[in-house]
Design a protein around this ligand. Structure first.
Ligand code: 4NP
Length: 156
């Protein structure tokens, strides 16, 4: 993963908690580093198409000066495997869904997000949806660590 300015898609189940938070964290880190990246997020499910992020995700991001309130849920589309250079799954179930769905000649490199964080390869970003606000704080810590690692990797 050494492309100069890659396009990156974050994928979770609903696209209202973890992946929009990852999108917000990387936008913030890339902006701070003056790095131009193409960043988006999507869900493997169609549950929340058109919906804003979960209020807990919006509030947690805002605590870290990231505004994700304008994002809207979407589902992974076939063209995403061509359009993006990197597709990061937030957990193993998302990773398995993506791998199953990817075409044989897939352009995108598909990986687990925490694989990019030194010492945390193979770890999932836990689904905070059914828990309390503290789970979202943990999500932010994880996705912010990944965002920092990605910015470092891409020269920011
Ligand atoms: P996310 O969290 O995958 O991080 O967006 C979830 C959001 C919604 C649901 C599950 C997980 N749901 O079952 O509706």
């Amino acid at each position: 993963m050494t492309r100069a300015s890659p396009s990156i898609l974050f994928v979770c189940l609903g696209n209202i908690c973890r992946s929009p938070m990852a999108e917000g964290a990387l936008r913030q880190a890339a902006d701070a580093a003056g790095l131009a990246l193409t960043i988006d997020s999507a869900g493997t499910s169609a549950y929340h198409i058109g919906s804003p992020p979960d209020g807990r995700a919006i509030r947690t991001a805002a605590l870290h000066d990231a505004n994700i309130a304008g994002l809207r849920g979407g589902q992974v589309a076939d063209e995403d495997f061509e359009r993006f250079d990197l597709i990061f799954a937030l957990d193993e179930a998302n990773l398995a869904d993506l791998r199953e769905r990817a075409p044989a000649d897939c352009h995108a490199e598909i990986a687990l997000l925490m694989d990019c964080v030194p010492g945390r390869a193979g770890e999932a970003v836990a689904d905070p949806y059914y828990g309390g606000e503290e789970g979202f704080a943990e999500t932010w810590t994880d996705v912010a660590a990944a965002a920092q690692a990605l910015v470092k990797q891409f020269g920011g």
